[in-house]
Every structure is written in C-alpha cells, then in structure tokens.
Design a protein around this ligand. Structure first.
Ligand SMILES: Cc1cc2nc3c(=O)[nH]c(=O)nc-3n(C[C@H](O)[C@H](O)[C@H](O)COP(=O)(O)OP(=O)(O)OC[C@H]3O[C@@H](n4cnc5c(N)ncnc54)[C@H](O)[C@@H]3O)c2cc1C
Length: 467
C-alpha cells in the first residue's frame, strides 16, 4: 500500500490501514509530518506552528485519531471562550446548567458587545436551525446559497452579522460570509453550539504541532511499514486502466497494490496525465475548487502582556490571540528576555496578502496594545508573519459538487484530503475523515470491509428528547 502525503489525511489513512494489516509505505515530500497542521524551526532557530490550530468537541474523528496515535494527552480542552471589543467590553461563552440547545443561553444573554436587537435576531435564526435539526429548506437551492444571503433572509441586524456570525464563521471556515455556502455555516452552529453541550469545547495543542505525530511513524513501522520523508512523488504511471507506479527524483519507481493520493488538490492535478483527468469527472473538475488564505502573526514580548490562554477580538483585523507561553505550560518563549510568546490568527486574510510584513506587524501590534494595556510598555522582542495563501479550500456556495469521493473509478487509485467529499469544511477533522473514508474504500474493494469513520457527537438534552 502506497500513501502519498504525510498530512492528516495521509497519516490517518496510513495508520488505519496499517492497523487493518496492510504494509503501508508513506512518502512525504517535506522533512517532517503534519502537512499544513505542523510546526517547524525557523532559520533563527525558533520552533513555531505553521499556524495555531484548534479543534472543537464535535470533531469526533480527529479526537479518535489523536487517541490512536497516543496524542490525546497533548490537547487541552477549554469550555470557556472569551471575546473582547476595542471598547474593552468582554463577554464569555460557557455552558450553563440548561440542557442543549439552551446551554449557552446565559452567556448569550449577557454578551455585552451585542445589543438587545442583535440578540433577538440571532435567537430567531438559531431557532430556525434547531427546528430543522441543522437543516433549513433554502440550503437546498441549486448551487447553494451564501451564508450572508441566508442571514439576510432571516433579517439579521448589522451588529449580529459583524459581531456574532462573522466572528464565529470566518474563523471556523476561513472565508467571508458572502463567499461561504450557508450549508457549512449552519452546520457549524448545529454541531458545535446547539445539538450538544460539549460540541463547542475548544481543544488547543499544548505542544508544537509536529510533536503530535510522533506516534504515526511508530504505529506504521510497528506493523512492518515505512514512513519516508523528503521523498516527493513527481509523476504517476498508469497501465491497463489502473495506477501502476509512482515516480520519484532520479526516475526511481515504486509500486503497490493500492495508492492513496493524500496531497492538496492543486498538487494532484499536476501529478496526473491529462487523459486520466478527463476519464474521471471528479478529477477533471478539481480546478473549480478555489483556495483562501490565513495569516499568522507571532509576537515575542519581553514581559507578560496577557493572562488568558486565548481571546477573540471583535471589530479588529486580528481575530484570535493565543497565549502560547501559557498553552505550552510556560515552556516556549519563556527564556530570559522573551517572556511571552503570542500567536495571532487572521482567517480569510485576502487584504493582508499584498501588504509588507512590517505593515502587518505594526497593525497587529497596535491592536494587541489596545486589547492589553500591559503591552504598551512591553518591548516586542521579535515578530514573524507567516502568510498561507492557499490555507484551505474556499467553502464557496455549491463547492461540494466539485469534491470527489475517496474511491475513484481508476483501479487501485484512492483519494484523501480535506478537499475530498466529506461534507466537512477544510479542517483537521475533514482531513482525518477523508483518510478514514479512503481506508474504508480500500478495505471494501479488497473484500474486507471495516467501519473506521466515527459517528458524530450524539445530540443531547432537549434536542435528544424531542429528536
Ligand atoms: C494557516 C492555517 C490555519 C489552519 N487552522 C486550522 C484550525 O485551527 N483548525 C482546523 O481544524 N484546521 C485548520 N487548518 C486546516 C488544516 O490544517 C487542514 O485542513 C488539514 O491539515 C489538511 O490536511 P490534509 O492532509 O488534507 O492536507 P495537507 O496538510 O496539505 O497534507 C498534504 C501533504 O502532502 C505533501 N505533499 C505535497 N506534494 C507532495 C508530493 N508530490 N509528494 C509527496 N508528498 C507531497 C505535503 O507536503 C503535505 O504534507 C488550517 C490551515 C492553515 C494552513
């Protein structure tokens, strides 16, 4: 079995196939595992995440994967989310004593940055989602409808859109509301915030991301397989209607009984000959899937400027600030002279792509200083900006019709990647789901079917009672 790509999709397919008895040979082009959800050492020696990654309680397959590879203890879960606006008004979101879907009602009613009219309009839209159990009729419009259109149909106030829907969804889906299929937006609220008391809990790694994957290599090797780093696949060969080999630098070829291509969709199209792409509709249409950017800004201060583990900012370019020093248990960035390390995240950061790095640093520093007065006199010891222009696929209206299944009609060829047909947006959960689905497809084709995909979180509280 050959797996191409050592991101979460390739790793989850590889580990689950190894567990099912296959000898897995995984090839990754970079010198480390984890793909987009990884960390690495900068030229100055600093170990940074490619970008802060978080998971939610509703991401059941990612949680299962972390358990399989022994990484579950490296994720800290938080059930209190903190929001802050430039006027210094703060609000928290934390489950109270009421059952789902009412568990966040207390926090919502006390959410100071929203007016009474904002809250009233939000409550009625949320009720619509609950009534339809995560589905409303207009989501089925041909070609999909955008989240912004969905919200306008429900007469949401400007404040509700800017300070509530946009805040949650741009971070979760990495796209602006007018370019997001409402199906994904409604799903985030249903699975994350309404159907279950624990779906919204936020999981944050307590180690640099690459350290989460130590167990993958061990698991694949323990079962007779291998993980090969710095081994980019350059071409794919086909014979008799199926994949016959993959080719590496120097013309070296490797063959297997099955091949899981777990590379980004833009890379896959370069690895396949034109006639093969035309043969499989799902491959011919990949060019319709667009991408969207995320920018991460890393700040090292000479003193502590923030106490919370993370905070969401409202009405600013900066969307999230993570206190990496606290999240790493004081281990990273706590050397003398750089006593607090913060990571800022800006999703759908189209406006920042062309901006010079120093301009982005100045803009974000001003926002950090406004949010945390202790930063005003602190010395910014070091700063780095990491722009990911193709961070995720863009969840544009109707995008699901372009996402191919993991099983193709081409013999021995399987696909995995957050961009394949999982129903989920581009997330770590989506990537792991795709890997599990690819592994299930391989096992099915070999006559040894096995269920690997984990079920969604079960609805609880009133949602379960009246389901
Ligand atoms: C900045 C940023 C922030 C994000 N934040 C979050 C978040 O907070 N929460 C969340 O859930 N998701 C987040 N995501 C999305 C998440 O990282 C991805 O959805 C997920 O990691 C995708 O996994 P994948 O395996 O499908 O693809 P990838 O991670 O892209 O893996 C593909 C792998 O294939 C390798 N490869 C490419 N070409 C070849 C070749 N020719 N030969 C061999 N190997 C090759 C690549 O090096 C890579 O390792 C974020 C993404 C980015 C970029």
């Amino acid at each position: 079995m050959i797996v191409i790509g050592g991101g979460l999709a390739g790793l989850s397919a590889g580990v689950s196939l190894a567990e099912a008895g296959w000898r897995v040979r995984l090839f990754e082009q970079r010198p480390f595992l984890g793909g987009r959800a990884t960390s690495y050492v900068l030229p100055d020696g600093e170990h940074v995440d490619n970008c802060q990654h978080v998971t939610l309680g509703c991401c059941t397959n990612l949680e299962d994967f972390y358990r399989r590879i022994g990484a579950q203890g490296k994720i800290k879960y938080f059930d209190r989310l903190l929001f802050q606006d430039p006027q210094g008004r703060t609000a928290t979101m934390q489950a109270g004593w009421l059952p789902a879907p009412l568990h966040l009602t207390g926090s919502f009613l006390g959410f100071a940055p929203l007016s009474h009219a904002d809250k009233k309009s939000i409550a009625s839209a949320l009720l619509d989602i609950v009534r339809g159990r995560g589905h409303t009729e207009d989501l089925d419009a041909p070609g999909g409808i955008s989240m912004l259109e969905w919200l306008r149909k429900r007469k949401q106030t400007a404040g509700a859109i800017d300070r509530f829907w946009r805040v949650v969804l741009v971070s979760a889906l990495d796209e602006e509301l007018d370019r997001t299929d409402a199906r994904f937006g409604v799903d985030v609220f249903w699975k994350g915030f309404l159907s279950n008391r624990t779906g919204y809990r936020m999981g944050v790694p307590s180690v640099p991301l690459a350290e989460l994957y130590d167990g993958c290599k061990a698991e694949i090797e323990r079962r007779g397989g291998e993980v090969n780093l710095r081994m980019p696949v350059r071409a794919t060969h086909f014979q008799d209607g199926g994949v016959s080999a993959v080719e590496f630098d120097g013309g070296r070829r490797e063959s297997g009984d099955a091949y899981v291509f777990a590379v980004p969709h833009e890379v896959l199209t370069d690895l396949l000959p034109e006639d093969v792409k035309q043969q499989e509709l799902g491959l011919a249409q990949l060019g319709n899937i667009k991408v969207s950017p995320i920018t991460g800004v890393h700040f090292w201060f000479d003193r502590e400027v923030m106490q919370e583990p993370f905070v969401t900012l409202l009405d600013t370019t900066t969307q999230w600030i993570f206190n990496k020093t606290a999240l790493y248990g004081g281990k990273n960035g706590s050397e003398k002279g750089k006593s607090q390390y913060l990571q800022l995240v800006i999703s759908a950061s189209y406006d920042l792509l062309q901006k010079p790095r120093q301009e982005i640093i100045d803009l974000c520093l001003a926002e950090v200083r406004q949010a945390f007065p202790a930063a005003i006199n602190a010395n910014l010891w070091k700063a780095t900006v990491i722009k990911e222009a193709a961070a995720t696929f863009s969840p544009q209206p109707g995008v699901n019709r372009w996402r191919p299944k993991q099983q193709t009609s081409i013999e021995r060829m399987y696909l995995a990647g957050d961009w394949t047909d999982t129903g989920w947006p581009a997330t770590m959960e989506g990537a792991v789901r795709s890997g599990y689905l690819a592994a299930e497809a391989v096992l099915r084709a070999c006559g040894t079917p096995k269920r690997i995909l984990q079920p969604d979180l079960q609805p609880d509280g009133l949602v379960a009672m009246f389901g």
